[in-house]
Design a protein around this ligand. Structure first.
Ligand code: HEC
Length: 178
């Protein structure tokens, strides 16, 4: 190893060490606002979203999507589960607000309006949840069949009217599970 290469490598190691110490000091200093009522800085937000999107995309590649997601019985079963478990955070046809959702950061997407177009990713996210957000891992309590029913309903939801939703879920539609 020539002296020039040795000096270069030493420089790299020292720079990394300074960065590591700096990151350690910053995270321990308590200066980053962790409260859910103050948004992330733009850079932190971009990094967190990049991490989330890349991770869910990679992890959901191995998910096998059933061919009968349009089956009305499956969609109806998903609607009933959804009405019980998801509306406080993700709203529903005819439900446009919730006190629980208002205080969450990151804001849960309005699935009643936006739905999900990637079935494999929707399944993976519902089953495993998302760290450092309020999205629970429903796979702890739900088998894959129940989770696919939820996906079957969520992908259809933007086209479901409040009256159709009410007919599908009955009394559950009016509950306010804030
Ligand atoms: C306590 C609040 C909460 C509950 C209850 C909840 N979620 Fe979520 N969910 C979230 C949050 C927050 C996110 C966004 C996380 C993020 O962006 O990092 C999310 C994300 C999602 C996504 C990904 C959406 C997208 O556009 O990428 C799906 C699908 C989803 N949730 C489905 C469900 C279903 C189905 C249920 C009910 C079984 C449910 N969630 C219950 C908070 C919740």
């Amino acid at each position: 190893m020539t002296p020039a290469v040795r000096a270069f490598l030493l420089g790299v190691v020292l720079t990394l060490a300074v960065l590591a110490v700096g990151a350690f000091a910053f995270t321990g200093a308590g200066v980053y606002p962790i409260g859910a009522d103050v948004p992330h800085t733009p850079l932190t937000l971009r990094m967190v979203e990049r991490l989330r999107d890349a991770s869910t995309e990679r992890a959901s590649k191995s998910v096998q999507v059933p061919t009968d997601l349009d089956d009305p019985a499956r969609v109806a079963a998903g609607a009933r589960e959804y009405a019980e478990e998801c509306t406080g955070c993700h709203l529903a046809p005819g439900r446009t607000e919730s006190e629980l959702r208002a205080g969450l950061y990151p804001q849960p997407p309005n699935l009643a309006e936006d739905g999900m177009d990637n079935d494999a990713e929707a399944f993976w996210i519902i089953k495993h949840g998302i760290k450092m957000s309020a999205m629970p891992a429903w796979g702890r309590t739900h088998d894959d069949k129940r989770i696919w029913a939820l996906v079957a309903f969520v992908r259809k939801m933007p086209k479901v009217s409040p009256a159709q939703y009410q007919a599908m879920v009955g009394a559950k539609a009016t509950q306010t599970d804030d």
